[in-house]
Design a protein. Structure first.
Length: 299
């Protein structure tokens, strides 16, 4: 019998960043929770200001850390001359949505307000995340300026929490309520997203089938507009946790409203067998693909 998707694995181990000389760790960007901290890494050489890769970790909104190994691919941005900013946000056992997007945007405003101090270029920022981190990265991308998804009392209210590009790796970006039917269509995984214990229900604080309006409130697709940042969306056809159709439908909405030039969709299809958080995403070839995309829109 297949295990339900919401059985959380152990948190990933932490990265070794001792070789990175220029860095600031555990900077508090807000004060509601000890969780609200970020790390800043700078390239080995150069005075900046450096364009920024803004990293939001995955983990079903329930586990994960700004310093764990799922963020290693993003650190390769240092080799291309990017500053890398990796953030923690309140997880679902501490606070329900929209606390998570409040934190992401507060962290963005913080690094923009402190850009001069940390040699950052606040006008050139790309958000990059996988899974739950991709959901939040996409939501940052589509919802800039939406008052209900930002708490300016958390600090630096004069800064805009916007980005110029988004890298979305296998995120649930369309509609939580469609995930089970989409998994049934593919036959790739267990249709359990609508259960009370699912990551999505825990994120929103209630069984998602009982709160369709809150589901819509949390969806990046709800806020798509004509001037969204450029999106690179990558997803594996065999994803057993987040059905690949989430990315297909989200990309179609981006294209419909913002135009083809704003979205690049790449579904890794058969004969490739690419699953959720698959090593394929972290190959040298694919990381180059992602960084080339970021270069195109930030440099």
């Amino acid at each position: 019998m297949l295990k339900p998707n919401f059985e959380m694995p152990f948190p990933p181990p932490m990265m070794d960043t001792s070789h990175i000389k220029r860095k600031w760790l555990d900077l508090p960007y807000a004060h509601q929770s000890p969780t609200q901290k970020l790390d800043i890494y700078l390239p080995e050489t150069g005075e900046g200001p450096f364009p920024v890769v803004f990293v939001i970790h995955g983990g079903a909104w329930a586990i994960g850390n700004k310093g764990d190994i799922q963020n290693i691919p993003m650190l390769t941005g240092l080799e291309r001359g990017y500053a890398v900013v990796s953030i923690n946000y309140r997880l679902s056992d501490e606070a329900i949505f929209p606390a998570q997007i409040y934190d992401c945007k507060a962290a963005l405003r913080y690094i923009k307000a402190k850009a001069g101090q940390y040699q950052l270029d606040k006008t050139r920022v790309a958000a990059w995340g996988g899974s739950a981190g991709a959901h939040l990265s996409a939501l940052v991308g589509t919802s800039a300026g939406i008052a209900e998804l930002e708490d300016l009392s958390m600090g630096n209210p004069d800064e805009k929490a916007d980005v110029q590009a988004v890298v979305d790796w296998y995120g649930p970006t369309e509609d939580f309520l469609r995930m089970d039917e989409e998994l049934i269509e593919t036959g790739n995984g267990v249709p359990d997203h609508s259960l009370p214990e699912s990551p999505e229900s825990r994120l929103l604080g209630q069984v998602i089938t009982d709160i369709p309006e809150r589901v819509r409130f949390a969806s990046p697709m709800t806020y798509v507009h004509a001037h969204v940042p450029h999106f690179l969306i990558q997803h594996g056809y065999y994803d057993q946790l987040v059905p690949y159709q989430q990315s297909v439908h989200f990309a179609a909405e981006l294209e419909r409203i913002a135009g083809k030039e704003r979205v690049t969709l790449e579904i890794f299809k058969p004969p490739l067998k690419v699953f959720h958080a698959d090593p394929h995403f972290e190959t040298e070839e694919n990381i180059k693909r992602v960084l080339d995309f970021i270069d195109k829109h930030l440099k």
